[in-house]
Each structure stands twice: as structure tokens, then as C-alpha cells.
Design a protein around this ligand. Structure first.
Ligand SMILES: [Fe+2]
Length: 234
């Protein structure tokens, strides 16, 4: 399998390219619109055809590359059915499997940061979006977020994976690239094993985070698969 972790510095977003080396079919997880030329170059360099772009959720901090990739690489936009994104080509639910050559991608519904967050499991890797971050987790105060729901998602859907599962998050703001389920279950500052559900809810209630800077632009655009001219306020 060909695997690349890419980084968009303005929003500290990680994007992942995975490809089957036999069939040359590829997927991108959480592509960013501003990085589209990098993705197209990479696909060309490796002779890959992009089958799917997967969004782990409707992002509030950057515009998805789903629409541009659909137009320029012919890929299908994949995201959870609860996303409220009618232009999505494949609307997954918990347990859905996508196959790209020899690669099998399992969707795990992990709401709480938003109502439609989905993590994707491939072999011994899990792409957690903003549900589980390295030593942290996504905020729960926008987009129908809910701290109790996030705690349940992480414990039931992610901490149930084997200890050595590699965690690839949607962001990191300190230059870390990956972690493991065993490490996060033990040491995650918000969700480590001693943290109860009640404590976690209390902690998330008092984070006092600023209003997300790009949310008013990114949300309407992402509800239209990354069309920045879209009017999706209704
Ligand atoms: Fe997010």
C-alpha cells in the first residue's frame, strides 16, 4: 500500500493519501481545497486514479477539496449520512466498507465533535478526524457537538481497537504525526483511563475556546462539498 501523510499549515490539517499498488486506485482522507495542485501532482507522479475523497466530518476550519477533486480527478465525495451534505456521492453509516483494490476502509461512526463525525479504519490504522486527537479531542460546542456523545464514541468505537492501532488525527498543532490507541487510552489528557464521563463533560464545558475563525465561510462551503460560492445557510 502506498501511504502519505500531508500537512496544510494554515489550519494544521492532516490529509492522507492511500493507494493500492496493484490497481493504482487511491483515496484521499480530508483533502483541503487550497492544496489541490499538490494532490493532483502526487496522483500523477505515482500514476494513481483517485476513486474517493473522504471527509471525516463537515469541517469548520478549512474548505474541503472534495468538489475540486471530483471535477479534476473524477473522484466521488464520501461522508456520513448525517452530514447534511446533499452533494455527497456516497453517504456512509457505521460499519460501511469501501474497497479500493486490496485496501478495505471501514467507516466507524464517532459523533460528538459534530453530529456526523466518522473515523475510518484501514488495517492497523485509524483516521480519527477531530474525534480523537493526539493527547486531546475535538471541541464539542458547535455543529451539534456533545461531550457525552464524544466520550461514548471514543470509548466504544476507538478505544475498543487493538492497542497497537496507529492513530492518525485530522489535526495536530504541535508537529506530532501519529499516536496509538493504547497510548491514548492510557495517557490522553482529556480521555485517559482515569477520566470519567462526568469529568469529561465538565472539562469540555469549561474550555472557553474562541469562536472558530473560519466557520462562517467553511461551513456553508463544506455543506456544498467545498463550493465557496454556495449559499447553504438554510
Ligand atoms: Fe472539526
Amino acid at each position: 500500500m502506498l501511504f502519505k501523510q500531508l500537512f496544510e499549515p494554515e489550519s494544521s490539517t492532516y490529509t492522507y493519501l492511500l493507494a493500492c499498488e496493484d490497481t493504482k486506485q487511491a483515496i484521499l482522507i480530508d483533502p483541503v481545497a487550497s492544496e489541490i495542485e499538490t494532490y493532483l501532482d502526487l496522483l500523477e507522479q505515482h500514476g494513481l486514479s483517485l476513486v474517493y475523497s473522504l471527509d471525516t466530518h463537515v469541517h469548520a476550519d478549512h474548505v474541503t477539496g472534495a468538489k475540486l477533486l471530483k471535477e479534476r480527478a473524477g473522484s466521488k465525495a464520501v461522508l456520513h449520512r448525517n452530514s447534511g451534505v446533499p452533494c455527497g456521492d456516497i453517504l456512509v453509516t457505521d460499519g460501511c466498507l469501501l474497497r479500493i483494490g486490496s485496501i478495505e476502509v471501514e467507516a466507524r461512526y464517532t459523533p460528538g465533535h459534530t453530529n456526523a463525525c466518522t473515523s475510518y479504519v484501514v488495517d492497523n490504522m485509524v483516521f480519527t478526524g477531530d474525534a480523537l486527537l493526539i493527547d486531546g479531542c475535538g471541541r464539542t460546542d458547535f455543529q451539534e457537538g456533545d461531550a457525552g456523545t464524544l466520550y461514548d464514541s471514543i470509548h466504544n468505537q476507538l478505544f475498543s481497537l487493538p492497542d497497537d492501532t496507529v492513530v492518525y488525527p485530522g489535526h495536530d498543532y504541535k508537529g506530532r504525526t501519529h499516536s496509538s490507541i493504547g497510548h491514548e487510552r492510557e495517557f490522553n489528557a482529556r480521555l485517559g483511563h482515569k477520566q470519567t464521563r462526568e469529568d469529561f463533560i465538565e472539562l469540555m464545558k469549561h474550555l472557553d475556546l474562541p469562536y472558530p475563525a473560519k466557520i462562517d465561510v467553511a461551513l456553508p462551503a463544506n455543506k456544498a462539498c467545498g463550493n465557496v460560492d454556495a449559499d447553504c445557510k438554510k
